[in-house]
Ligand binder design. Structure first.
Ligand SMILES: CC(C)(COP(=O)(O)OP(=O)(O)OC[C@H]1O[C@@H](n2cnc3c(N)ncnc32)[C@H](O)[C@@H]1OP(=O)(O)O)[C@@H](O)C(=O)NCCC(=O)NCCS
Length: 285
C-alpha cells in the first residue's frame, strides 16, 4: 500500500544515540532484518550497543518513525597516516513511504552532517549505488576477490576461542592499513551471528581468518590477519573457496588462486583515497 507523501514541512529530523532509539529500534529492525532471529545490536555491535559511539539520524512525522540512517566515526590507520572516517549503515525508509523522496531527504541530512564532521571520508556498502551517486558517493578504493584454488586440510587449523582475542588483536594491529579497534570491540565483532573465526595455531596463533558475518558475506572469507606464509597455510584449509583481501595482500592473493579486483565501497570524499586505505570485513556496517 502506498501512502500519500508526507509534506516536507511536517517532517522532523533528529539526531539521537542509536541505543536511545527506544521503540523505534523495533521498526528499524523489522524493516532491515525481516525474519532474522537476532537483532540490530547483535548484527552491528559498534552501532547499537549501549557503549557505542555512533549517531542515528531519524526522520519522523507526528512522532512516527519514517526513516533511519546510522553514522559511526572510526579512525583508519594507513601507510600515509591516520584518516578519520565515517561509516554509514542501516539506511532505511518505512516500506509504505518509499519512492516519495524521503530517502533523498534523509541522505541530504546525512551529507550535511558529514560536511560538519572532522572526517573527510565517508564510506558505505550498498547494492543500490544509483541511490547514493547523486549524493556524491562513488565506487572507490580497492579490494581483491580471490577464488582459492584447492581445499587443503591442516591439523594446525582450529576454530578461535574467546581467549584467543588478544592474539587476534595483536595480528590486527600489525596490519599496515586497518580500522583501530579496542579488545572489547574486537570481541563483540567476532560474536556477530554466523561469523566463524579460524586460527592457525602453531605453538601460538600465527594467523586468523573470519568467514561469514551476520546478514552479510555468506560463506566468504572477509578478514584475515597474519603474515603471508601463515595465511598460505590457513586460508586453503577454510570451508570456503572465496576470499576478500586488502590490496596490499596482492602477492598473497596471486599465490592463493585467481584474483579479481573491485571497489572497496561507495565513498564520498573530495580527493582520492589515501594510499592503502582499507576497511576489513568485520568493520563494515
Ligand atoms: C533505498 C531507500 C533508502 C531509498 O529511499 P526512498 O525514499 O525510496 O528514495 P527516494 O524516493 O527519496 O528516491 C531518491 C532517488 O533515488 C532513486 N532511487 C530510489 N531507490 C533506488 C534504488 N533502489 N536504486 C537506484 N535509485 C533509487 C529514486 O529514483 C530517486 O531519484 P530521483 O531523485 O531522480 O527521483 C529505500 O527504498 C529503502 O529503505 N530500501 C530498503 C532498505 C535499503 O535497501 N537500504 C539501503 C541499504 S544501505
Amino acid at each position: 500500500m502506498t501512502r500519500t507523501a508526507p509534506s516536507p514541512r511536517t517532517l522532523d529530523v533528529e539526531h539521537v544515540a542509536p541505543n536511545a532509539l527506544g521503540i523505534d529500534r523495533a521498526f528499524v529492525e523489522s524493516w532491515l532484518m525481516p525474519g532474522v532471529d537476532w537483532g540490530l545490536t547483535a548484527e552491528h555491535p559498534r552501532l547499537f550497543a549501549p557503549s557505542g559511539h555512533a549517531q542515528s539520524i531519524v526522520l519522523r512525522q507526528a512522532n512516527r518513525l519514517l526513516g533511519h540512517a546510522a553514522l559511526l566515526e572510526v579512525r583508519v590507520r594507513t601507510t600515509s597516516g591516520m584518516v578519520p572516517t565515517t561509516l554509514i549503515g542501516s539506511v532505511v525508509i518505512a516500506p509504505e513511504h518509499r519512492g516519495q523522496g524521503l530517502g533523498r531527504r534523509l541522505l541530504a541530512e546525512v551529507c550535511s552532517t558529514l560536511d560538519r564532521s572532522p572526517s573527510k571520508i565517508a564510506i558505505l556498502w550498498s547494492d543500490k549505488p544509483g541511490f547514493y551517486r547523486r549524493a556524491g558517493f562513488e565506487p572507490s578504493g580497492s579490494e581483491l576477490v580471490v577464488r582459492i584454488a584447492t581445499g587443503q586440510p591442516n591439523a594446525l587449523v582450529r576454530r578461535a576461542h574467546q581467549r584467543d582475542v588478544p592474539s587476534l588483536l595483536a595480528l590486527h594491529a600489525a596490519k599496515p592499513n586497518r580500522v583501530l579497534r579496542t579488545l572489547a570491540e574486537f570481541a563483540a565483532l567476532l560474536a556477530i551471528p554466523r561469523t566463524q573465526t579460524w586460527v592457525l595455531d602453531d605453538v601460538g596463533i600465527r594467523a586468523y581468518a573470519c568467514v561469514g558475518k551476520g546478514m552479510d558475506f555468506g560463506d566468504v572469507m572477509h578478514e584475515c590477519g597474519g603474515d603471508d606464509a601463515s595465511l598460505l597455510q590457513l586460508l586453503p584449509a577454510l570451508p570456503t573457496h572465496l576470499a576478500v583481501l586488502a590490496p596490499w595482500r596482492r602477492a598473497l592473493a596471486r599465490r592463493l588462486g585467481s584474483v579479481a579486483e573491485g571497489p572497496l565501497g561507495l565513498v564520498r570524499t573530495g580527493k582520492p583515497l589515501p594510499d592503502g586505505f582499507y576497511i576489513d570485513g568485520l568493520d563494515s556496517i
